[in-house]
Write a protein that binds this ligand. Structure first.
Ligand SMILES: [Zn+2]
Length: 294
């Protein structure tokens, strides 16, 4: 009985102190890529910022090499845009995507010697056109997505539909006549996940920008903790000054600020840094593939 009480006390103490910092495996590498660029009004991404002129933003995405498998975080714009801007319909004239053949996701991954089949997990921050565009290029990987984002990608609520291209999500369905619904393995989350069970890659649910947005915290052996924000934080000063995006990009405005709070908490508790994917100035300061963070 005493032993049980001691074990319970130790468990409660652990819970109070928070998760134990696991040792990240040696050899982890974090790479930064971009699948081209597009034009957007800063005022959409940050309230109070000007709507004109548009600014050119990178389409950042990331790869984590881990001894138990490679993880892709976001997939950029659909590569069909390289030859067919019509894939985005009228959005192509609004966003003016600029993609060259070398921006295709296979060409980007080839910079570090990877092919799409070398990716074990495709984690999407959300399914907006510039994040979930190429999920269909990874039929042999496991897609990791919040369950409600998966449904939202096909049937979003008004006025949030414009950011989703039906064709990007359509490829996730198996073909006609299949008894299985999915064309690929899909891990449908309703919360956070320690992806490898060693604390090194943590997926954090962050409803805010969209119904099922998520961020990914990567604990690198030398660099330390890095948060990949997706669109949960567009610009660094969105976090620093609690600035939210335009309402069409803010499904749950309170959730967005709670996401900023989580980033700040990780900065305070484990000295984390955060990498944004659409902030042109911040993006310039990052090491780009084939360079990497250890
Ligand atoms: Zn988005």
């Amino acid at each position: 009985m005493k032993r049980l009480m001691a074990a319970t006390a130790a468990f409660l103490l652990t819970m109070m102190l928070g998760p134990v910092q696991a040792e990240s495996p040696a050899g982890m590498q974090l790479y930064v890529f971009s699948s081209g660029r597009m034009m957007l009004s800063k005022g959409f991404l940050q309230n109070l910022a000007p709507m004109e002129p548009k600014i050119e933003i990178p389409i950042g995405f990331f790869v984590v090499k881990h001894p138990k498998g490679n993880v892709l975080f976001d997939t950029g714009n659909n590569d069909k845009l390289i030859t067919d801007l019509g894939y985005w319909g009228k959005l192509a004239t609004i966003f003016e995507p600029k993609m060259k053949p070398e921006d295709a996701i296979d060409a980007q991954l080839a910079k570090i010697g990877l092919k799409p089949d070398d990716i074990k997990y495709v984690v999407v921050s959300h399914m907006h056109l510039d994040h979930g565009g190429n999920v269909g290029k990874f039929p042999n990987s496991t897609l990791v997505i919040q369950d409600d984002e998966l449904g939202f990608a096909m049937f979003p609520d008004e006025p949030f539909a414009a950011g989703y291209i039906p064709g990007d999500a359509q490829v996730l369905r198996a073909g006609v006549g299949s008894s299985k619904p999915n064309a690929m393995e899909i891990l449908r989350l309703n919360g956070d996940l320690d992806l490898f069970g060693d604390g090194s890659v943590l997926i954090h649910r962050s409803r805010g920008h969209t119904k099922g947005s998520q961020m990914m915290l990567v604990r690198m052996p030398k660099t330390g903790s890095v948060i990949l924000t997706g669109d949960a934080a567009y610009f660094r000063d969105n976090v620093e000054k609690n600035l939210i995006p335009n309402i069409v990009l803010a499904y749950d405005p309170v959730g967005i600020v709670q996401g900023y709070d989580w980033i700040r908490r990780m900065m305070a508790t484990e000295n984390a840094s955060f990498f944004t994917a659409r902030d042109p100035e911040a993006y310039k300061t990052l090491k780009h593939a084939p360079e990497f963070y250890e």
